[in-house]
Design a protein around this ligand. Sequence first.
Ligand code: HEM
Length: 605
Amino acid sequence: VLYDCVSGKPANKTQLRIYAQRNNTGVCTVDVKPCDPKEWQRVDGSCNNLKHPSRGTHRTPTIRLLPFDFSPNYEPRKAADGGDLELARKLRTELLCTGKVSEMGLTQLVAYYLLFSIGDVNSIHDPLNYLTNITYCCTPKGKKDYRCTPLKIPADDPVHRFSGISCYNLTRPQSFQTYRCLDNNTDFVRIVFQTPIYDLSNVYNLLPGFVDRIRTFKHGLLKVEKAKNGYLFPESDPKSTLCFLNQRPRETLCHKYLSNNGIGTNLMGILFYRQHNKIAEELRKLNPCWNDERLFFTARSINIAIFLQIYLYELLPIVLGKKNLLRDGIICDGGFRDLYDENIQPQLTDEFAYVHRWYHTIQETTMKCYDKDGHFLKTFPMVNATFRTGIFGVDDNIVHITQGSFRQQSAAFDFTMDTDMGDRTLGGTQLAVDVGASDLAKGRFFGFPPYIKYKEFCKKRSYKEFSDLKDSFCPERLYRLMQTHKCPSDIDLLGGIWGENHVKGGMVPETLYCVVVEQLRRTIASDRHWYERPNRPHAFTEDQLKAIRKVTIAGVLCCVGDHVTEIQPSAFHSICSKNPVVKCSSSKIGKLDLSAWKDSSTCKN
Ligand code: HEM
């Protein structure tokens, strides 16, 4: 049945006729085969909710935590005095410092994993759009193109007042209106190409149909190939234009069906892709009679569960605070749990993906490379390697980057942004990019209401004056807000989050915590295939769930990282006397033991 993506209902004849005329049936609808309540979790996300089978697929529309605040024609809201809001670049340079501050206790893996996790539920088509399609927003042509939202650089800019650069190229977020699934005079609905549930869709099905191209359809395995340097990678397309920073002719590796993004996403994507095969091979040894289908879906289900277990129980407790997460029902003490509610549809708020942009401040960009024995080799500017998957395929770079991920410190969880993130975010693709300024400006093009409205939502009280904010900011950060805004309602969502106090027991701003937890509750409750449910189709047994709960990121790196033979047991934490490097064979490393999947009944005949 062809479902209309936006309404989530079977498309009617009129709709189908209009889409056919507009030649956009493929993007505005999704084809859902009849659901079987007992089947495996589908790779395309359909049938997760049996009442609304298309919810959970690619292009499931996002929802909003708070109602829109746009000027007419989806232009940014106005300031309280009726004028324009302050320039995004001005606010970024005033509200965030630039430089290097390290988070001594945490490693680069934290940023890598966070980026990878958000890539499971949110696509990166917006930057690709202005990098590859609409590259002229700062030229006169851009003035006439509605899709262009160039960022003006103030004349007194601390970096660019003499550089000759006065504008950053940027485009409007893509919506169902962009693809003409909705008319222009309707409410903005963002289009996202990833599935909204955590199902490693960025590994298995980056775009609908990719899964069939990556499967070998033999023994449950995914296709892999050896790169020039002899290491194993997902299938590559040397002719692809997506890796536009590859230094050709040497660097040719470019993922065909996995995203070609920054260092962090690429590395994690490769690891989880390979992990699928490790699991499938091991399962086959245990159960030689299992067919391809069973091996594939069991391996995938274990891979997703490991990804979620690490995310929820190892990473988020560090970042959001373990007690907070237990109190708010995001994690539990162990065993099974079932929070499923079929009345909650698998959908993501725009605010959830958006507040993740705050993590741009924890990205250390001077990447340290180490050899397989942990000896420091060199540093490399990470932003030069975005859209440059080829770098992984030459020399021993994959080894050096993997080792660096757990040996190098993260940048601090504070209001400092690494210099390269602030001025050269996309390496050599543009003369200059300030991701923080883009982040702030994008919030206006998403139509997010002012920061204080989110404060009111989270704290259930009203915020009218700057003095109402004194419990949420240290005096100096509040002073900066007052210097840059005439009125509290002029503060943008991210502008407020940048300087806000961190949640008690965690490391992130209070409002970020609130928005993330609100979504995670929905995510857990809306996913019929959630890995901790005892009564989902093909649920884990108690022993199987126990085995999943033991796996840590260190275990994953030991299992599928190239030449990782030793590592600290808590690899999101820095190496120190309490967390020393140990051999991968040590019992302190949380590795996957698949013996609970041995099925004695299968080979009887
Ligand atoms: C060197 C590292 C990184 C680089 C170069 C980078 C670069 C970028 C760029 C250029 C954009 C698009 C900005 C725009 O068009 O508005 C973006 C968006 C984004 N980034 Fe990063 N980023 C990095 C690390 C991270 C990390 C660690 C996270 C952690 C979660 C993250 C999360 C996001 C999110 C959520 C978006 C918004 C995507 C969307 O909704 O369109 N990034 N990043």
